[in-house]
Design a protein around this ligand. Sequence first.
Ligand code: SF4
Length: 340
Amino acid sequence: MEHLLEINNLHVTFQTNGGEVHAVRGASFYLKEGETLAVVGESGCGKSVTAQAIMGMLPKPHGNVKKGKILFNGREVTNLSKKELQHVRGKEIGMIFQDPMTSLNPTMKIGKQIEEGMLKHQKLTKQRAKEKTIKLLKLVGIPDPSRRYSQYPHEFSGGMRQRVIIAIALACNPKLIIADEPTTALDVTIQSQILDLLKELQNERDSSILMITHDLGVVAEIADRVAVMYAGMVVESGTVEELFENPKHPYTWGLLQSIPKLDGENSGRLVPIDGSPPDLFNPPKGCPFAARCPYAMNICIEQIPNNKYFSEQHYSICWLNDARSAQGKSIQTERGGLYV
Ligand code: SF4
């Protein structure tokens, strides 16, 4: 089956006064129709920049796709004109941003903000757009939608504003919803309601979700598959079960260990990943996690490992998964032999 979204060897850089930042370095993943893929990693790993690149929203002129392909519904997004991109953005891809307060226009009534996309992309009459907007408000769980239609964002609570953002993202029935940390600014009970709502709406409409998050709890609750990003690269990917039950990359192990536990040996203690991510002005030539990895070997500093597959969709990039490292044998690198 053709994938709805395919990212192949994506490289994104930013020009700054201090030099070129290599924010995304060869990321690849795909998303099937009706599926939810979570892209997970710590701040600065390139997950939000990847989402911006898909939406054609990289800050210009500093942010650029340097290499690679972004195929949405069989079309190369990076080759689209500004007008075509606006069409894709409004009609075929909906975006849910992190902060519901700053994503809404405080001077515009809620109903008008939801209608904007429908009037532009679906050419509806004003009356029809209003009817659809009131239906949408009801669908996302806003009580008394006819009255709420004429209110301003400051008259809504944080959770309700996020529901409005979801309504805006859904207004034109997009095939793909990109949700960038959609629950980070909300308290835990509202987080769970918003995730339930997204799941419900996805089932109803059969849309796909690309969920950008740093929260493994969100991943477990909503995703079918996961791509773990570190320093601009996907270091492990697989189904949620594969990642949680049989993780293969030391960074994924670190992420899982840093989840608070209620019982067992380490209950009540958080296990952090020591160190900090590499400098992306001058990225390492070998494994990006080498400086923080307790299992790092000589070869890790020298060369990035290839993808090693454990199932059709589960792979990781780590020298530990090379059979020779398990046997303590030397591995031939591009620059000659290096002992593991
Ligand atoms: Fe650690 Fe080496 Fe694997 Fe990187 S390749 S995660 S440094 S063992």
